[in-house]
Write a protein that binds this ligand. Structure first.
Ligand SMILES: *Cc1c(COP(=O)(O)O)cnc(C)c1O
Length: 425
């Protein structure tokens, strides 16, 4: 059988510019330490399915009810993906067609709400996502978002304040979930508050979907939530995409909202890759992986704190942490990100709660363990990584020191093959 990598030789002569960019990206992924919490290395099987002939097929509609013929195999694939999503997240209905996380959330809002309805959601600078009503997102114009924040040193949600806001604004939807909050959430309390004001409940577990699937973090559906959304490409390790899992009663409106409400044809290569990802996430090995992701994040947090770094919320209960780089190293998030890029450690600048700096500068960086854990890095490796981060940020003015660290990082990375990548390109 032809694998996608075989076709790359053809690409070399067809489109040398793109071919060489691809080789460059492969080397970048192999020679550096990936610490962006939203990223991961997907499975070789997923890469193969994404590059498969399923990409040729139009499948508007749902299994057994499509607008085009020739759906024998796409129906099989989508049915299996839906069943596996329900089993993995203990839900009653799943939609696997959302093209990505943002589309998935838009479809979920329109399934549950009318334009102008009120949503109670987490403030962006406290860890919420753009699609949770940031003024720059179209969603912020279409719905009325009321924002709750985190409080105190530990950065926890003040559930009494949340209840007060719910009673004052009577939202139609209580939304929780985040992109950069290192804490787990008490979904039972969200649900109780929503019940009090007759609101629906939605949790966007995009970042932690894999950790919920791996049973190392709370599952909102266990607490009676109406609907969850998760991307498939972050901690879940799958192709880029979005999943919606919900109660049976919402099945029709969710499906109609994704198609024809928001999208046309689903990407069946992506749906097939999602199906395989969900199978792999059911295995005990994935639960072990999820546990190691948490352990590695903990270890990084402890080591960075030992070295005097200031962490937003003081620590982590998930795969990610936020370092206040202004307070810790006198560098903005943007500067810290650039320094770390020079040594082959990839992170991203991140606003901290009520950040005085704009998002493109920011006062911190966000660090996460899923990708490094996928490459097989363990606790003692995290000690080394934390050491390089601190050294680089402290000695950012010394080109020589940065070059030394970069050489060490590159050598270290050779010990950890990237899934799906040949040893040396
Ligand atoms: C990543 C993320 C999304 C959006 O995903 P995209 O695939 O980038 O569109 C939505 N919600 C949360 C909480 C996320 O972290």
């Amino acid at each position: 059988m032809s694998m996608p990598t075989d076709y790359l030789h053809q690409l070399q002569s067809t489109d040398p510019a793109i071919y060489s960019a691809l080789r460059g990206e492969e080397a970048r992924q192999r020679d550096g330490i990936e610490l962006i919490p939203a990223e991961n290395y997907t499975y070789p099987e997923v890469l193969a399915l994404l590059g498969s002939v399923f990409t040729n097929k139009y499948s508007e509609g749902y299994p057994g009810n499509r607008y085009y013929g020739g759906q024998d195999f796409t129906d099989t694939v989508e049915n299996i993906a839906r069943e596996r999503a329900c089993a993995l997240f203990r839900g009653e209905h799943a939609n696997v067609q959302a093209l990505s996380g943002s589309a998935m959330n838009q479809a979920a809002y329109f399934a549950l709400l009318e334009p102008g309805d009120t949503i109670l959601a987490m403030d962006l600078s406290h860890g919420g996502h753009l699609t949770h009503g940031a003024p720059v997102s179209h969603m912020g114009k279409l719905f009325r978002f009321i924002r709750y924040k985190t409080h105190g040193e530990r950065g926890e949600i003040d559930y009494d304040e949340l209840r007060q806001l719910a009673r004052e604004y009577e939202p139609k939807l209580v939304l929780c979930g985040y992109s950069s909050d290192p804490r787990d959430l008490d979904y039972g309390r969200f649900k109780a508050i929503a019940n009090e004001v007759g609101a629906l409940t939605m949790a966007d577990i995009s970042h932690i979907g894999g950790l919920v699937a791996g049973n190392v973090m709370n599952n909102p559906l266990d607490a009676g939530f109406d609907l969850i959304t998760t991307t498939t490409h972050k901690s879940l390790r799958g192709p880029r995409g979005g999943l919606i899992v919900c109660k049976k009663e919402l099945a029709k409106q969710v499906d109609k909202s994704v198609f024809p409400g928001l999208q046309g044809g689903p990407h069946m290569n992506q749906v097939a890759a999602t199906a395989t990802t969900l199978l792999l996430a059911q295995r005990p090995q994935f639960q072990d992986y999820s546990r190691r992701v948490l352990d590695n994040a903990q270890r990084l947090a402890v080591r960075l704190k030992d070295a005097g770094a200031k962490l937003v919320t003081g620590g982590t209960e998930n795969h990610s942490l936020v370092v206040d780089t202004v307070a810790s190293f006198g560098l903005t998030g943007k500067q810290a990100e650039q320094v770390l890029d020079r040594v082959g450690i990839t992170t991203n600048k991140q606003v901290i709660p009520d950040d005085p700096l704009p998002p493109m500068t920011a006062s911190g960086i966000r660090i996460g363990s899923p990708a490094a854990t996928t490459r097989g890095m363990l606790g003692s490796d995290m000690d080394a990584v934390a050491g390089w981060i601190v050294k680089a940020l402290r000695w950012h003015e010394s080109s020589q020191k940065l070059e030394e660290i970069q050489a060490e990082v590159r050598c270290f990375c050779r010990r950890f093959p990237v899934p799906g990548l040949m040893e040396q390109g």
